[in-house]
Design a protein around this ligand. Structure first.
Ligand code: SF4
Length: 539
């Protein structure tokens, strides 16, 4: 069989495509058509009205042909795709064969999927595979799932990687239960422009250092406060400063926290288009009366609407925060919330058990008896209900308080749980580099003054001993349901956990809170309920 290549440079790709349909016959590539024998023609003719693609086949007694006119300025990559699609369609008609990977040949599907996903998002890449590259729905889904898992692993296991947290300490109002030092946006309006400028300066300065070390940025997390309150332009400016590091990995997880009160379609679309690929939405509850108790400024309907806007904006990786053990929250309310979340279908769910923080308005109400917390049994039952309902619906329980769809666990938080290095910017942000840990001044105005004066605005700092490091790796790692990997622990600390904590481990095994699997030390189901007591053993 001869393959005619006329007026285009895609001989290799067209030949590969023909081999999908005719794997056993020889294919000879030529530049001109001839009058006899089996022949496939592919041509591109540049004309005044555009580029005319033509494909024709003469196979035995059968003949087929197709034409398509493309705009004059069509780029080569798109030209190649269109020609491949026409050729594939014609040969599929002729042969009755429909290769499952469509026109994807000569390139690893995952590599291609990743390239497209970085521009269009994961769902967009899957759609592109199906609609533009004629990949079967099953193979497109396979590519999507494999890429997701690979991406998650890559992001979580990079030895030369580091993670970055950006603190945005401004909130629409102060929630009654919150002890975080944030400023209300109204009060802090004058701080915000200068704040972004100072953060950019700090990010650039550190970027020069990490860039010089060749470190790769595997995750970025904009937390708060309420980052969405800053608006898209400022958030994207900060992200651009971070990308200017040069070390931002293409597959990096880039999360922004948002409050349903402060999200609109424009904001979400701009953030998604600008590179944020994960949204953490603070729903907290889907009951208005409980949101009122918490003094949240949104209703349940607004929270659900915000989720819908995020989906419409292209966020295909959304985490939602849900709170339990709230005053006036009944067990049935909580189960109802969980069921509604399951129907909503976020990729990730983070649970927060309310703890009453001294000095908050909520603490005063509880102390005065105006608000009553659920009793301990109900609190425990709520947690157990989440542990039953979410996994049964397809969310993996992977950390004490976190559940994720396969491949959607938080890469950023995993850095904390594995006791790896991270860098924080802004008021109250924590950093961990080498054995040094430090926390920035939490009050925005004091932080601003210190940074403006050229200082580091550090309020607390310490250098951990090797013993402290070993302990931290234990109790942070035990938060993950996979536990503390013994081989990784040994590689890092020079010996397995048994070498340092034999007595503690034996005691915890005896009470049934800890177990040793072939690979790891991990909490048992009972241990999950008593995790704080377990962690105390390593403090
Ligand atoms: S939005 Fe979050 S950080 Fe801000 S006051 Fe409420 S709980 Fe605190």
């Amino acid at each position: 069989m001869t393959l005619v290549i006329d007026g285009h440079p895609f001989a290799y790709e067209m030949e590969n495509l023909c081999r999908l349909f005719f794997p056993h016959g020889g294919i000879r590539t030529v530049r001109e058509e001839s009058g006899d024998g089996d022949q496939i023609y592919t041509g591109a003719e540049r004309r005044a009205d555009g580029i005319l693609l033509s494909v024709r086949a003469r196979l035995g007694a059968s003949e087929r042909g197709r034409k398509k006119l493309l705009p004059a300025g069509t780029e080569d990559r798109e030209l190649e795709r269109c020609m491949a699609v026409e050729l594939w369609g014609m040969l599929a008609d002729l042969s009755g064969v429909r290769p499952a990977w469509g026109v994807v040949t000569g390139v690893r599907p995952l590599k291609l999927f990743g390239r497209i996903a970085r521009k269009r998002g994961e769902a967009g890449a899957a759609a592109y595979f199906r609609e533009k590259l004629l990949v079967s729905p099953e193979k497109a889904e396979l590519a999507r799932m494999t890429w997701r898992n690979q991406r998650s692993l890559l992001a979580q296991a990079r030895p030369d990687g580091f993670s970055l947290y950006v603190s945005i300490p401004f909130c629409p109002t102060r929630c009654a239960y919150c002890s975080f030092v944030s400023s209300s946006v109204e009060k802090a309006a004058r701080l915000i422009p200068g704040y972004v400028e100072l953060l950019c300066r700090e990010i650039r300065r550190t970027g020069e250092i990490t860039g010089g070390l060749g470190l790769k940025l595997q995750s970025v997390y904009f937390g708060g406060g309420t980052p969405s309150q800053l608006g898209a332009r400022r958030l994207l400016r900060l992200l651009a400063a971070i990308a200017g590091h040069g070390g931002l990995l293409p597959e990096a997880e880039i999360t922004v926290e948002a409050n349903p009160t402060s999200v609109e379609a424009d904001l979400l679309e701009a953030l998604r288009a600008g590179g944020f690929n994960r949204l953490s939405l603070g729903l907290q509850s889907l009951r208005d009366e409980l949101l009122t108790v918490l003094t949240r400024t949104h209703t349940a309907a607004e929270a659900l609407a915000a989720f819908g806007l995020a989906r419409a904006a292209g966020f295909d990786n959304i985490s939602v925060d849900l709170m339990f053990n709230l005053p006036r929250q009944r067990f049935t309310d909580w189960c109802d919330d969980l069921q509604r979340i399951i129907q909503l279908g976020p990729e990730h769910v983070s649970l927060y058990e309310l703890s009453v923080e001294a000095g908050t308005p909520l603490a005063a109400d509880v102390a005065a008896g105006r608000l009553l917390l659920p009793d301990e049994e109900v609190d425990a039952a709520m947690y157990e209900a989440a542990r039953e309902l979410l996994p049964a619906a397809g969310w993996e329980h992977y950390e004490i308080s976190n559940f994720a769809r396969p491949g959607r666990s938080s890469a950023h938080n995993a850095v904390y749980w594995r006791n790896e290095e991270y860098r924080g910017y802004g008021p109250g942000a924590a950093s961990y580099v080498g054995r040094r840990r430090w926390t920035n001044e939490p009050r925005a105005e004091l932080w601003r003054q210190a940074v403006t004066a050229g200082g580091a605005a550090v309020s607390e700092e310490e250098t951990r001993s090797e013993d402290e490091e070993r302990r931290e790796t234990m109790y942070l790692g035990l938060r993950q349901l996979t536990g503390v990997d013994v081989a990784a622990y040994t590689a890092r600390h020079g010996g397995p956990p048994e070498a340092w904590f034999g007595t503690e481990l034996a005691r915890l095994v005896e009470v049934g809170w800890l177990e040793r699997t072939p690979r790891a030390w991990r909490l048992t189901a009972d241990g999950l309920l008593w995790s704080n007591r377990v962690f105390m053993e390593f403090l």
